[in-house]
Design a protein around this ligand. Sequence first.
Ligand code: BF8
Length: 633
Amino acid sequence: MADISYDADKLKKIVAERTIDDVAKPLLAVTLKEGIETAWDRLEKQQPQCGFGELGVCCNRCTMGPCRIDPFEGGPEKGVCGAGADLIVARNFLDDLSTGAAAHSDHGREVLETLYETAIGKAQGYAITDVDKLNAVAAELGVETDKRDKNDIAKDVALALLEEYGTIKNRIQFVERAPEQTKAIWKKAGIYPRSVDREIVESMHRIHMGVGADYANILLHGLRTSLSDGWGGSMMATEASDILFGTPDIRSTWANLAVLKREEVNVILHGHNPILSEMVVEAAGDPAMQKLAREKGATGINLAGMCCTGNELLMRKGVPVAGDMLNQELVLATGAVEVMVIDYQCIFPSITHTAGCFHTKVVSTSEKSKVPGAVHMEFHPETASETAKAIIKLAIENFQNRNPDRVTIPGEPMKMMAGFSVEAVVKALGGTPKPLVDVIASGQVRGAVGIVGCNNPKIQHDYGHIQLARELIKRDILVVETGCAAIASGKDGLLLTEAAELAGDGLKAVCQSLGIPPVLHMGSCVDCSRILVLGAALAKALDVGIDQLPLAGAAPEWYSQKAVSIGSYFVSSGVFTVLGIPPKIFGSSSVIDLVAKDLEAVVGAKFAVEPDPVVAAQLISEHIETKRKNLGI
Ligand code: BF8
């Protein structure tokens, strides 16, 4: 950390190039002036990035390599094993996709294990919160509910869902939620998912040297693996979290870095899995903890979420969200964070280095996700309450180490609405999806688009999300969001009913009559499964496959392997999906032809890549109009 002098204009220019998040800008300026390294700085230091890697034509799978294919004439066309560009690109893509599917699904497994331990009375502080959802899921799984205690039902539900990970029945129950027409497409294409673990393990097998040599066959297995995530592991994470912590309902909360409070002990909950953070919320409300905080000179304890743990908490508890993925270093630059609690995924490995520039302690809680420099307080369901209280206590005790002269909390928090689970949407519509189907059929709303995914310093922070959402609602297209896309919209004010003014006349009238924003926050990234369920409900109402609906998906700022899996299960489910960041496949024209053209004949949808969100909105709008025409609406 060093003081670096920037001329004011230059500083302003760099900050403006990096983000459109106005509250984040002064903090980005702090990092630049004080020499606190961020992802943007690291991206600059990486220039030029490896061209082979960008094209996906480098292979580092075995010790005959590393190999790379020359995209131009004259260089090597095959790796030592004989793999050409098509195969290397396809194997790398499947590797990324399966990593993402594994991340979602492993998270789902941990929630199910907690559900099981809760049911058998071993988890400390947890309870079955949504009995209606428990009973509905039990009915789907064939678990008896009549005159049974909720914990007995929950035990059988948890075991039945855990069994789906390695089932030998070659069928995942939640996949049956898809419309018959969509399932018929999967069966015909040979991509009906068989079990969660099996597809991921088989991916690892297929990319071993000397197994799959046919790029198309490898990519088809990728689609099957992605379906086992979207309709399997992710959907199980969502449903089990709803059973344990409650199915989200529409509520108001606050977003951006100004949710931090100068006079209070600030605790940031960062990562993805709600099982510990829910307990931290309980612990922070404990009168003994509040008293301790006051004794230490604070006026209270302030919790704020970050990334998808933030989404989980705001959806169910209305906990304010400090920001999305690229806000994680900037929140530390406020100098006002006593503890950042991390579980896993999307946490920069350098986060403890950033925290070390201030008094902030990073507390890691997962055995899977240890970070050098963090205080490790391992989470286990049996001791969850105790761990949560110990974390809050650590934060309170660290309050006195804060240097008030280094605190920067700029701007004001933005109000936002969240909690749009499928159940909440249907409730807002009067108990059935029919009113939504009707306004789509009449053309008042042209269609719906799921904007999902991350931030990526390669694109101006939040610009891709916000610009695309604004362009779509202007065209009377309803937007549903998850992940960092939803947080970006929250910070921008698009999750307010007043944002209906930015929509076209048709969508505006619908939003005003229902009292909803034109952009709906549906949750965390595993909650993209809620978007699938909503799509299935619309398709069933019209008796068509999902691929026939006027729907689309978009990931304008994606970076993560999880986003590769999400994009792939959107496309496999029949949803045209536009990526704002090019995937690492441009070294193979065959792979590009397959994913951007030929897939349409296989699953009824394809990918497109369009970095300009205004052009992406036009592409999506044209796609939606074509689907409407084909449906005769
Ligand atoms: O799972 S959107 S940066 S936080 S990967 Fe990560 Fe991407 Fe954000 Fe949530 Ni999803």
